[in-house]
Design a protein around this ligand. Structure first.
Ligand SMILES: *Cc1c(COP(=O)(O)O)cnc(C)c1O
Length: 462
């Protein structure tokens, strides 16, 4: 008799409510894909079998969170659920003040409007779409100060989300600290493939910015997932709890913006949290204009309650181990069968390297878009292009931006899919890989003016 190789881990929950999945035939998917212009954003959700488009707002809530939804206090002012959320944010993130917002970008809007004056610079560890846009709308200029390794998909460094403190110091020297509105420090940098920032880097960032009297705003959207990587990879943190690490990360910053739709296990919600009395005063005034009264910020009482409960669940070690363990499980299986992916494996997603996967497809024939379409066709799995289509055109010349990377993102919603679904995903990628030489690229037949990746339409090249 053969011995089993190792002890398995399993999802730390059992399933109480189910939502049936719909299987489709290849002929059906061929039609659906053609109708969607070979763009996975234009598919209808009902035609998708396993949906790995995004981990934003796609989380499964717990029975405890659903029970909390029934306790929504839908008062216009002073809702009970606001005070619960405030207490949870103070306890787990450690900031003094809370301003709820409808989602992360609402918080980004407020802090950008308050802290940025036209002509200011806002350095950060790689841009995020909505963060940068709000900084620009406030008259600021984003400056990327992430370490160079973040741009190399084969660099195996443990903290490729780190800020390059020399780049930052040079910027301070060049423009002067008065022209720097604040530094954004993103935890597990989304656009770098979910790569973490180290505690040491945050500590040194605090020392540098203190010397120059510059504020630091944490993008805490996936800070809990970042805390897990610190526990795994950074000396001295092995015995710390995720909650302790999270508190320490926040302690080196002045404020945070938060999209609860990621780490906090809800479908909608976000917040701004901060320590400074005057900035809080302004944020509390401004939130009324754009989101809603300062005790609900565009959310229902029940949404605030679900997020308050989500904070406590999100820092549980078994949850976060399984969450990141699931992504690692898929990534390691793909690596073991020779599929080219971005390494190290990130916290929330696997990124297929379409340039190495489909070397015969030229960048102007959209290799990542083509691969995402083929994966859907093969298996009904929906993913997202992160390549030349997402990169858009240069605003001045009208030319395509040619990004270095052509990636397909397989993003895992939290607590939604099981290990068996993960196996189906791996096998689907393998099946496309087996017939990769037959795959031809595509041409663009319709291109919208703004954020084109959402609505561009393609046709297959013959
Ligand atoms: C999603 C996201 C945001 C924006 O949050 P929304 O809730 O989508 O408005 C900001 N930063 C990061 C890193 C994100 O992933």
């Amino acid at each position: 008799m053969q011995k089993l190789e190792k002890r398995s881990w399993a999802e730390p929950f059992k399933i109480k409510v189910v939502e049936p999945l719909r299987m489709t035939t290849r002929e059906y998917r061929e039609r659906a894909l053609k109708e969607a212009g070979y763009n996975t954003f234009l598919l209808r959700s009902r035609d998708v079998y396993i949906d790995l488009l995004t981990d934003s707002g796609t989380n499964a809530m717990s029975d405890n969170q659903w029970a909390g939804m029934m306790l929504g206090d839908e008062a216009y002012a002073g809702s009970e659920n606001f005070y619960h959320l405030e207490a949870m944010v103070q306890q787990y993130y450690g900031y003094k003040y809370l301003v709820p917002t409808h989602q992360g970008r609402g918080a980004e809007h407020l802090i950008s409007q308050i802290l940025i004056k036209p002509g200011d610079y806002v350095p950060g560890n790689m841009y995020f779409t909505t963060t940068r846009l709000h900084q620009e709308l406030a008259g600021g200029t984003f400056v990327d100060v992430i370490v160079d390794a973040a741009h190399d998909p084969e660099d195996l460094g443990p903290f490729k989300g780190n800020i390059d403190l020399e780049k930052l110091a040079k910027l301070i020297d060049r423009v002067g600290s008065k022209r720097i509105a604040y530094v954004t420090a993103a935890a597990t940098v989304n656009m770098a493939g979910g790569q973490p920032i180290s505690m040491q880097n945050l500590r040194e960032l605090r020392e540098l910015t203190n010397r120059h009297n510059i504020k630091v705003v944490l993008d805490a959207t996936r800070a809990i997932e970042n805390a897990w990587f610190i526990k795994q990879r950074e000396a001295g943190y092995e015995q710390h709890s995720i909650a302790q690490i999270l508190r320490e990360m926040c302690s080196y910053t002045d404020a945070c913006t938060m999209s609860g739709k990621k780490d906090l296990l809800v479908n909608i919600g976000g917040f701004l949290a901060l320590n400074d009395d005057e900035i809080f005063e302004e944020a509390r005034n401004l939130v009324v204009v754009y989101e809603g009264l300062h005790t609900y910020g565009g959310l229902a009482g029940r949404d605030l309650e679900a997020m308050a409960r989500g904070i406590e669940e999100a820092v549980q070690e078994d949850h976060i181990r399984a969450r990141i363990g699931q992504v690692e499980y898929v990534g390691e299986r793909l690596l073991s069968i020779g599929i080219p992916i971005v390494q190290p494996i990130g916290g929330h997603a696997i990124f297929l390297d379409a340039k190495r996967f489909l070397p015969q497809v030229k960048q102007l024939e959209f290799p990542a878009q083509t691969l995402a379409a083929e994966l859907y066709l093969e298996s009904g799995i929906r993913t997202m292009e992160r390549g030349i289509v997402s990169a858009g055109r240069n605003a001045e010349t009208g030319e395509h931006n040619f990004p270095k990377l052509e990636l397909v993102r397989l993003t895992f919603p939290r607590r939604v899919y099981t290990q068996a679904h993960c196996d189906v995903v791996t096998e689907a990628v393998e099946a496309v890989h087996d017939r990769r030489e037959e795959i031809r690229g595509m041409e663009m037949v319709y291109e919208p003016k703004y954020l084109r990746f959402f609505q561009t339409r393609f046709e297959k090249l013959k």
